[in-house]
Every structure is written in structure tokens, then in C-alpha cells.
Design a binder for this molecule. Structure first.
Ligand code: NAG
Length: 351
């Protein structure tokens, strides 16, 4: 009798161990019928399920555990959609394009190429903000995540004479991050100032991988390039459309992207347009950020008060929006700094 009990107990504890493993490392349970059939542990008696819950939370108190398999990766597309429509102002094209591109890329099947998006527009129009929203909704720790790296051209790669060293560092940082995380995000701010040598070093990371290089789990990688290249072309096109009586929200990508791409390709003061990333079509989407108007700046000011849980008045919002410079001289339609440094400006209006 005792031997029988012990054998049962051993079988049961093996079962608990298997179920615990499935909860903590879902990728290890592919062959487990029960794991696939329903909530883990459903076949156990109630006491057994409670025991499994206790065991799981005990285990997870020293170790990251998540249903998705990797707790650092949250991929909250609902949150991303909501942030892009509620917190980003005046960018209906970027909102749609970024969401569609990222959603498509994260869906199965596993892609065999990185996703590369290039954000273009004047400063203060929301390029950095969208990069941050992406990091925050795709990763638990946002921009501080192990899986996310931000490079600012003039800060990380300031001296052209060290470009060889930078190339090595960049390649090794990308590789290390990819080894650490199955899904990574690399953000290049001031992309128009990246040295041609660095753009060239990035090329192999953006190219589709040949089938023989396919690992069992090919990693997902998103590259964002943020620059003001083509900003003036976007602004001009938007100005012309508005002057012709268009409503801003009716402006379509087709109105802007062909001109934007042409401008990038012919820009000579920056290596970006001349790089093989652009010439070999390794950038999947060029995303135009429109110049912001008075009403958008007002919304940014309101958000700045709300995010600090401070009270505000409509007059304060107007006063802040009026502090910005609007161009062109005649029409005074677009804030020349977009929503830049609005959050500092609210300090003048605190009670
Ligand atoms: C996704 O984001 C939304 C909005 O920010 C939030 O309410 C929700 O809890 C998030 N979902 C997950 C699974 O984190």
C-alpha cells in the first residue's frame, strides 16, 4: 500500500512539475495535450489546482514568469491604438500607418526580415513621442527595456573619425540585444546625421535573411529612423492642400509620400537618402508627420497639465499656444516648434 502511495505521489509531483514548466515556459509544452486543451491544471482536483497556483507564484517570486513566455515583451496593440488616437495630436497618417505596420509585423507567421520605419517631419511633431509610445506598449519597461536601444546620432556617434569603432559597437550592440530578446526595437534619432558608414553597417540587419540562415525562432526586429529630412516638403504640401480648401484629416499618404521619397532620395547634405537602406528599398514605410496647428499645440498643453495632475484653464492653454511661433509669416498656420517643450512652458501658469 505504501509503495503504491509513494508511486502515486511521485507521478503526481512529476505532473505538477510538468504543469509548472508549462506555465512558466509555455514554449516547452508544445507536445502537452492538456496544456493545449484548456487552462493549465484543469484536470487536477481543486486542491491540486490551488497547490499548483501556490507553486507557480512561489516560483515566479524569484523568476520572471508570463503567459506570453517573455515578460519583458507586452505587445499591447490595444494600448498602442488607444495611445496613438488619444495622446498623439494632429497625426492621422502616422497613427494609421504605424499601427497597421506594427500590427501586421507582429502577427504570425514569423517574418524573415526586420521592420524598418522612417519617421519624417519637423521637430516637435511627435516622432520621438510615437517611438516612446511604441516602446511603452510593446515592452513592459518601455524605453528602459533590455530589448530596446536608442541611438542619438550626435550623442552616440559624435566623431566621424571613429566611425570604424562605432560600426563595431553598433553591430555588436544590435547582436547582443537580439540574443537577449526574441523581439527587439532599435531607435535612431537624428537619422539624417548618421554617418554613411553606420548606415552601411545597418544594411545587413535590415535585409531579408536567406532561408539557410533561418533559426528555428527567427527574431522580430523593428528599426525606427527619426529625422527632419523632407520636413519642409511635407509642410509645403500640407500648406498647399489646406490653402486649396482641403480639410487636414482628408489628406492621404498619396498626397505626401511620393514627394517625400523623392526629396529624401535627392537630399545630398545627409547620408540617409544616399544610403543603400533607401536605395535598395530596405525601409518598409516612410511615415510623414504633419506640421502642427494652434489647436494641436493647445491639446499638447492640456495633456501636459493632465499628466502632472495640475489644474488648468482654457485661457492658460491659449496663452501657452500663443507663446509658440507660427509660420509661414503670412498664414501663421504651423507651429515652428510643434509641441516641443510645451511641458516646460506650463510652469509659468501654475497657481
Ligand atoms: C493595454 O493597454 C491598455 C491601455 O493603456 C490597458 O488598459 C491594458 O490594461 C493593457 N493591457 C495589458 C495586457 O497590459
Amino acid at each position: 500500500g505504501l509503495r503504491e502511495r509513494l508511486r502515486e505521489a511521485a507521478a503526481l509531483s512529476r505532473r505538477y512539475w510538468a504543469l509548472l514548466r508549462c506555465r512558466v515556459w509555455p514554449e516547452d509544452c508544445d507536445g502537452d495535450e492538456e496544456a493545449r486543451a484548456g487552462p493549465l491544471g484543469w484536470s487536477l482536483p481543486l486542491l491540486g489546482r490551488q497547490y499548483l497556483d501556490i507553486l507557480t507564484s512561489w516560483y515566479c517570486s524569484f523568476q520572471d514568469c508570463c503567459r506570453s513566455g517573455d515578460c519583458r515583451i507586452s505587445n499591447n496593440l490595444t494600448g498602442l491604438a488607444s495611445d496613438l488616437s488619444v495622446r498623439l495630436h494632429g497625426q492621422h497618417l502616422a497613427r494609421e500607418l504605424v499601427l497597421t505596420a506594427v500590427r501586421g509585423y507582429l502577427e504570425p507567421p514569423q517574418p524573415h526580415k526586420a521592420l524598418a520605419l522612417s519617421f519624417h517631419g519637423w521637430s516637435g511633431t511627435g516622432k520621438n513621442f510615437v517611438a516612446r509610445l511604441l516602446a511603452e506598449n510593446l515592452y513592459r519597461d518601455g524605453l528602459r527595456s533590455d530589448c530596446v536601444k536608442v541611438f542619438i546620432a550626435t550623442f552616440h556617434f559624435p566623431h566621424p573619425k571613429y566611425v570604424d569603432l562605432y560600426q563595431e559597437q553598433l553591430t555588436s550592440q544590435i547582436r547582443k540585444t537580439q540574443e537577449r530578446c526574441p523581439q527587439t526595437l532599435f531607435i535612431f534619432d537624428e537619422a539624417e546625421k548618421l554617418h554613411p558608414g553606420l548606415l552601411e553597417a545597418l544594411r545587413s540587419h535590415l535585409e531579408a535573411q536567406a532561408p539557410e540562415n533561418h533559426r528555428v525562432e527567427s527574431p522580430r526586429t523593428v528599426f525606427l529612423f527619426l529625422s527632419n529630412l523632407g520636413g519642409s516638403v511635407i509642410n509645403e504640401a500640407v500648406l498647399n492642400l489646406l490653402m486649396a480648401g482641403w480639410s487636414r484629416e482628408d489628406i492621404k499618404l498619396d498626397h505626401l509620400v511620393p514627394q517625400l521619397e523623392a526629396e529624401i532620395a535627392k537630399s545630398t547634405d545627409s547620408g540617409f537618402g544616399q544610403s543603400r537602406l533607401v536605395k535598395e528599398n530596405l525601409i518598409d514605410f516612410f511615415v510623414p508627420f504633419l506640421p502642427l496647428e494652434y489647436r494641436h499645440v493647445r491639446l499638447c498643453a492640456r495633456d501636459a497639465f493632465l499628466s502632472q495632475e495640475l489644474p488648468y484653464t482654457e485661457e492658460a492653454l491659449d496663452q501657452i499656444a500663443k507663446m509658440m511661433v507660427y509660420v509661414p509669416k503670412e498664414e501663421q498656420l504651423f507651429s515652428s516648434q510643434g509641441c516641443k517643450s510645451i511641458s516646460q512652458r506650463i510652469n509659468y501658469f501654475l497657481p
